[in-house]
Design a protein around this ligand. Structure first.
Ligand SMILES: [Zn+2]
Length: 386
């Protein structure tokens, strides 16, 4: 991966390159980004530049044998560590090594814009809790005690470091603290609050900003050959998240389905809270939606809840005359406009808390049907005007 292909501001790339040139690289770095940023690509570009035999001022050469190995993610001193779990093919004692080939293909298929939900689907372990486990940590420690294969740095890229299994972390701490010479750890996360403070304190933080919407627009047109207007629409609502943008560009049905489910739920909550009888939309419709969502698995359920949160937040923006802060498609805007008085400064916090609490219970294997029904009833109470 060359720096020029990473969707990150040039300024940040130059900061990282300067660290290498001035020999000031910290052996343990933590890349913190918002969701859907291009941080994995950046980590690979950094490791490649560090190893390239003939780097120029702004990038790796792209043609030396080392660069070619990086291009295939097959450099023997580049170790990729990522969440994994028991699957159909790996029935016991999983670790990253056993999924290395599958992971590389996943990265290439997604053009380095990788996302944990997609990876869980790829593993086919969606309802299992994938983690970086004790075996992964032992592998790192063992690997770290031997020399590098090619005489340069040994590089460990730990993707989704927030999924480092807590009992495994102490094993890694000593290595992070006293690494062998010429070792580089890059830990990547979107949730620094889920990272152990003992790890935070041992790493140098690199903050990776959201991708700018004009960069996303340009990339969408290049990757999917869509119209400028559509690319602009998507760039406006994807919140700097290229992964989300990609999904919107390729699966417009998924967005349409979510918008329609959102509309039904909101309509029904609205009439229940106003004690209106609504002949068109009643509980059976809501139940059907809940059943649909529950059938999709926990990651999708969480996605829908996050989508709901965005919808309610947009309603608040609309009801408080902050229309310029709304990120929504034309269809979504209509729904938001119709039901905006449901969400006020008074009840907004309670609404968000209920949605977040539903996410919490879904993550902890609560009964999804009950969680969604409970949320529906609670929201109807919270938004009631009395
Ligand atoms: Zn090179």
């Amino acid at each position: 991966m060359l720096f020029k292909n990473v969707m990150v501001d040039d300024e940040l790339k130059m900061q990282l390159i300067t660290l290498i040139k001035e020999n000031r690289i910290s052996h343990a770095q933590l890349y913190l980004s918002s969701a859907g940023a291009h941080s994995f690509a950046l980590a690979i570009a950094f490791a490649q530049y560090l190893s390239c035999e003939n780097p120029n001022e702004t990038d790796s050469c792209g043609i030396c044998p080392t660069c070619q190995k990086f291009e295939k993610l097959a450099h023997p001193d580049l170790h990729l560590i990522f969440p994994n779990c028991i699957t159909k093919n790996v029935k016991k004692d999983p670790d990253s090594k056993q999924f290395a080939q599958q992971f590389r293909e996943f990265v290439f298929q997604n053009n380095y814009h990788i996302d944990i939900d997609d990876w869980l689907k790829e593993l086919d372990g969606e309802n299992k809790q994938a983690s970086i486990n004790i075996r992964d940590c032992s592998n790192i420690i063992n690997q770290n005690s031997i020399r590098s294969f090619e005489g340069g740095h040994k590089m460990y890229i730990i993707w989704c470091a927030d999924r480092l299994y807590h009992a495994a972390a102490p094993k890694l701490l000593k290595t992070l603290e006293e690494p062998e010479n010429k070792t580089l750890f890059i830990l990547l996360t979107e949730n620094s609050d889920k990272i152990l403070t003992t790890i935070l304190s041992r790493t140098q933080l690199v903050k990776i900003p959201q991708i700018k919407s004009d960069v996303i627009k340009k990339q969408l047109i290049e990757d999917y050959n869509i119209s400028e207007t559509k690319a602009e629409d998507i760039a406006a609502i994807c919140e700097g998240n290229y992964h989300k943008a990609k999904t919107l560009a390729t699966e417009s049905t998924q967005l349409r389905e979510m918008v329609s489910q959102f509309e039904t739920l909101v309509k029904s909550i609205y009439s229940l809270s106003r004690k209106e009888s609504n002949e068109q939309i009643g509980y059976p419709d809501v139940k059907e939606i809940i059943n649909d969502i529950v059938a999709k698995g926990r990651e999708e359920q969480k996605n829908f809840l996050k989508y709901l949160i965005r919808g309610f937040r947009n309603m608040l923006m609309m009801s408080t005359d902050n229309e310029n802060l709304i990120r929504a498609t034309a269809d979504e805007k209509k729904i938001i406009q119709n039901y905006k008085d449901m969400v006020t400064l008074k009840n907004a916090n309670a609404i968000l808390n209920e949605c977040n609490s539903a996410i919490y219970h879904i993550e902890r294997n609560g009964n999804s049907g009950l969680v969604f029904t409970d949320l529906y009833l609670k929201l109807s109470q919270i938004v009631s005007p009395a």
